[in-house]
Design a binder for this molecule. Structure first.
Ligand SMILES: Cc1ncc(COP(=O)(O)O)c(C=O)c1O
Length: 463
C-alpha cells in the first residue's frame, strides 16, 4: 500500500503530504494483521461441544460495551437476563426456519406479516391520509431497507414517468446507505447542504429537481409527482412513542402527503435482534417493483421479495417476540426513559462552557463540538475512559446516540466528559494511540479521492 500511496503523495504540497502521512501511518497501523493464530482450514478433528467454550473465550476479548457505546446495543441490562434472554430464546427456537419455504414455515410467515403490519400501524397506516394501502417486508437492516426503497422507487418512476437516467436528492447528512444505493443501482446522487440549523434545506433541494429526479427528501415530492423516502431506521421505534408522550415531534410518517416509502429498524429502538428492519410502501403499486419474479429458470418458478433469497426465520421470530413482549406500554416506558436521559445529557453538555451543541436534538442523538479544544482529542480521552462515541465531520464533532444502556449512567458520562475537556484544555495535543490525528488530518486532506482509496485499502486489509 505504501508504494501506491507514494505516487499520490508526489502530487501534493508539503503540508498535504504531512497530513496524508499521518492518516496513512495510522490506517496502516490499525489495519495491521491481528490474525496470528486464526484458523485458515477446518480442524482435522472437530471440536464438538468444546467449541462453545472456545467461543466464550473469544467473546470475553470483545470490549466492554455495557453502558459505554453510542447506539450499538439498544436493550437494557446484561445479555444473560430480561429482554435479552427472551429474545435469545425466541431466536434459537426458530433458528432453522426460512420464510422462503412458506409452505413449510407458516409460523415465521405469520410473524413477518404481523411485524410489518404492527410497524406500519405505528407509522400512520391507520390514518385516513395514508390511503389504507400501506404494505412492506422485513429486511436484514437499515441499509437493505434503504437499498430496496431506492431500487423500487427507481423502477416505479421508470414505469410511471419513463425516467431512464434517474437522479436522487438527499441532504448532505443523510446516511451513507444512499451512496451505496446510488452506486449499486446507477443513480446520480445529489447531496445538498443542510441549512444553518443542520436540517434539510428545502430551497436547495428544489434547485436540484429536474425531469430525471426519482427521489428526494422534503414536502416537494407530491407537488412534483416524485418519490419521497423517509429514513426512520433510527427513529421509527421511538418517535411515534415520543409523540404520544407529548414531546414536540414534527410530522414524519405516512400521514404526510407525498411520503412513498419508509425504512424502520426493529433492531435499534425496537429492541429486536440484530438483522431486523422493515421497508414500507404507500401502496402495492409501488411495492411490486421491489420483487424479483423468474419464470424461465429450470429450477422452477421463483419469486423473492427482498435482496436475500433464504432469510433467517430466527431473527423474524426475535423481532416478533420483541414487539409482542413489550407492547405499547413497554415501548412508551422505554421511550420516556431514553428521552429523559437524552435531555439530561443535552443539558449537561450545554453546561460545559468549552462545548456547544450541534443543531437541536429532537430525539436521542446529542452531537457537540468545541471552538476551544480539539473535540477529537476529547473523544480520545473519553475512549481511554472506556466510552465509544461517534466522531463526525463538517463540523468536527462527536455524538452519543442515547439508548436504554445509558439511562443509569448519564451522570458518569457527563462527569467523564467534563473531566476530558479539562484534561485536553490543560494538555492539548494528541495522546499516544489516539485517533484525533487521523480524524483531524483526514478531514483536511484536499484530495478526497485519495481518502476514498485509503478507506478501500483499509477495508481490503481488514476482511
Ligand atoms: C438514520 C439511519 N439510517 C440508516 C442506517 C443504517 O442501518 P444499518 O446499519 O442497520 O444498515 C442507520 C444506522 O445507524 C441510521 O442511523
Amino acid at each position: 500500500m505504501k508504494t501506491k500511496l507514494l505516487g499520490f503523495l508526489d502530487r501534493n504540497s508539503k503540508q498535504c503530504q504531512y497530513l496524508e502521512w499521518q492518516v496513512v501511518d495510522k490506517l496502516q497501523g490499525s489495519g495491521k494483521s491481528k490474525r496470528d493464530g486464526w484458523s485458515t482450514e477446518l480442524p482435522m478433528a472437530g471440536l464438538g461441544v468444546e467449541v462453545i467454550n472456545k467461543m466464550k473465550d473469544e467473546k470475553q476479548k470483545d470490549v466492554a460495551w455495557q453502558g459505554k457505546c453510542s447506539g450499538t446495543v439498544y436493550i437494557a441490562g446484561n445479555e444473560q437476563e430480561g429482554h435479552f434472554s427472551l429474545i435469545n430464546e425466541a431466536c434459537s427456537m426458530f433458528a432453522h426456519t426460512n420464510p422462503l419455504h412458506l409452505d413449510v414455515f407458516q409460523s415465521v410467515v405469520r410473524f413477518e406479516a404481523e411485524v410489518v403490519t404492527m410497524t406500519a400501524a405505528l407509522l400512520g397506516s391507520k390514518e385516513k391520509a395514508s390511503g389504507g394501502q400501506i404494505c412492506g417486508n422485513m429486511t436484514s437492516g437499515g441499509t437493505e431497507s434503504i437499498l430496496l426503497a431506492v431500487k423500487t422507487s427507481r423502477d416505479y418512476m421508470k414505469v410511471k414517468k419513463g425516467i431512464t437516467s434517474p437522479e436522487m436528492i438527499i441532504p448532505v447528512s443523510a446516511h451513507s446507505a444512499y451512496d451505496k444505493a446510488a452506486q449499486y443501482f446507477k443513480i446520480k446522487l445529489w447531496r445538498v447542504p443542510v441549512g444553518p440549523d443542520f436540517r434539510a434545506d428545502v430551497k436547495a433541494i428544489k434547485r436540484h429537481i429536474n425531469r430525471n429526479t426519482i427521489l428526494e427528501l422534503g414536502e416537494l415530492a407530491s407537488t412534483y409527482g416524485i418519490c419521497l423516502h423517509v429514513d426512520l431506521c433510527l427513529g421509527g421505534f421511538l418517535l411515534p412513542f415520543a409523540r404520544k408522550l407529548g414531546y414536540p415531534i414534527p410530522p414524519f410518517d405516512f400521514s404526510v402527503r407525498g411520503v412513498t416509502s419508509i425504512s424502520v429498524d426493529v433492531h435499534k429502538y425496537g429492541l429486536a435482534p440484530k438483522g431486523t428492519s422493515v421497508v414500507l410502501y404507500r401502496d402495492h403499486d409501488i411495492r411490486k417493483h421491489q420483487f424479483v419474479a423468474v419464470t424461465e429458470w429450470t429450477g422452477g418458478l421463483y419469486v423473492s421479495p427482498t435482496i436475500a433469497g433464504s432469510r433467517p426465520g430466527g431473527l423474524i421470530a426475535g423481532a416478533w417476540a420483541a414487539m409482542m413482549s413489550l407492547g405499547l406500554e413497554g415501548y412508551l416506558e422505554n421511550t420516556r426513559k431514553i428521552m429523559e436521559a437524552s435531555k439530561r445529557i443535552e443539558k449537561g453538555v450545554r453546561q460545559i462552557p468549552e462545548l456547544f451543541i450541534i443543531g437541536r436534538p429532537d430525539m436521542t442523538i446529542v452531537a457537540f463540538g468545541s471552538d476551544v479544544v480539539d473535540i477529537f482529542e476529547v473523544n480520545d480521552i473519553m475512549s481511554s475512559k472506556g466510552w465509544h462515541l461517534n466522531a463526525l465531520q463538517r463540523p468536527n464533532s462527536i455524538h452519543i446516540c442515547v439508548t436504554l444502556q445509558h439511562v443509569t449512567v448519564t451522570e458518569d458520562f457527563l462527569k467523564d466528559l467534563s473531566d476530558s475537556v479539562k484534561t485536553v484544555k490543560a494538555n492539548p495535543g494528541p495522546i499516544n494511540g489516539g485517533l484525533a490525528p487521523i480524524y483531524g488530518a483526514a478531514g483536511k486532506m484536499p484530495d478526497r479521492a485519495m481518502v476514498q482509496d485509503l478507506l478501500v485499502d483499509f477495508m481490503d486489509s481488514s476482511c
